[in-house]
Design a protein around this ligand. Structure first.
Ligand SMILES: NC(=O)c1ccc[n+]([C@@H]2O[C@H](COP(=O)([O-])OP(=O)(O)OC[C@H]3O[C@@H](n4cnc5c(N)ncnc54)[C@H](OP(=O)(O)O)[C@@H]3O)[C@@H](O)[C@H]2O)c1
Length: 249
């Protein structure tokens, strides 16, 4: 399938890593749907930037943790693009608060699971019929290195991101025969807008056990996602790939 017939839906594509993933996919000739929830201005800026650079993009608002909104998102995405969605990047995330075990609640766990498992499940089910019909699809889940690090006071997020590992393998086993690959990219700490100004001290402390001795940049994550969504990655499925300079193996 050539890139100009592919449609990628990037959840949370208006900011941070999702924005860079959208830019990177669009630069490869894929039509990109920029999903966002609240901040239309940022989503419109991403669309504008892609179009200015000769790419194809459309913004579609939807809360990806709600079933009816996900169904509408896929409908609108396909209307805007004029073709079915062939690539999903499950990237959206909400606030990620840290709690001690004394303070954390089951609802705090659910808040994270809604993004890491519920939203990807709803979205995948919505596009599965057309992916199966075309016998081609790419599902890329965005996890985190925290599943290896097991960060303290963050069990809500670590638990929810850990689910991505097994979910990715199970979906890959089930969907391989339909020409659909499922992989996960696990970023390390990659400063984006929401992190504000990150101090040199924080960066040095983080980088001290990063073999490649630098911070990750959004384009590092986006390059991995673009590769996994390409024809070159057609024999790779069920994999959990850390993109963190070797901080975890
Ligand atoms: N950056 C890192 O250091 C890092 C490290 C490891 C893993 N990750 C993972 O990488 C992914 C991207 O993280 P990020 O740091 O780039 O996040 P971010 O900058 O906070 O961006 C979050 C995006 O998600 C959207 N969003 C929020 N709630 C939504 C909802 N209910 N429905 C649809 N979209 C929604 C936001 O749109 P609105 O603003 O319009 O709501 C925004 O576009 C996440 O899965 C995160 O866990 C990030």
């Amino acid at each position: 399938m050539s890139n100009d017939t592919k449609v990628a839906l990037v959840t949370g594509g208006s900011k941070g890593l999702g924005k860079e993933i959208a830019y990177n996919l669009a630069a490869s000739g894929v039509t990109v749907i920029i999903n966002y929830n609240r901040d239309q201005e940022s989503a419109d800026e991403v669309v504008h930037h892609i179009r200015e650079n000769g790419g194809q993009a459309h913004a579609v608002q939807a809360n990806v943790t709600e079933e009816e909104e996900v169904e509408r998102l896929v409908r609108e995405a396909e209307q805007q693009a004029g073709r079915p969605v062939t690539i999903i990047v499950n990237n959206a995330t909400g606030p990620q608060p840290e709690y001690s075990l004394e303070d954390v609640t089951w609802e705090d766990y659910l808040d994270q699971l809604h993004f890491t498992t519920k939203a990807p499940l709803l979205l995948t089910k919505a596009v599965l019929p057309s992916m199966k019909e075309q016998k081609w699809g790419r599902i890329i889940n965005i996890g985190s290195e925290v599943v290896e690090l097991g960060n303290a006071y963050f069990s809500n997020y670590v638990t929810a991101k850990s689910a991505v590992v097994g979910m990715t393998r199970s979906w890959a086993s089930e969907l391989g025969e339909h020409g659909i690959t499922v992989n996960a990219v696990h970023p390390g700490f990659t400063p984006v807008e929401r992190h504000g100004e990150v101090s040199e001290e924080t960066k040095s402390s983080y980088m001290s056990d990063v073999p490649l001795k630098r911070m990750g940049e959004p384009k590092d994550i986006a390059n991995a996602v673009r590769f996994l969504s390409s024809e070159d990655a057609s024999f790779i499925t069920g994999q959990n790939i850390s993109v963190n300079g070797g901080k975890t193996f």
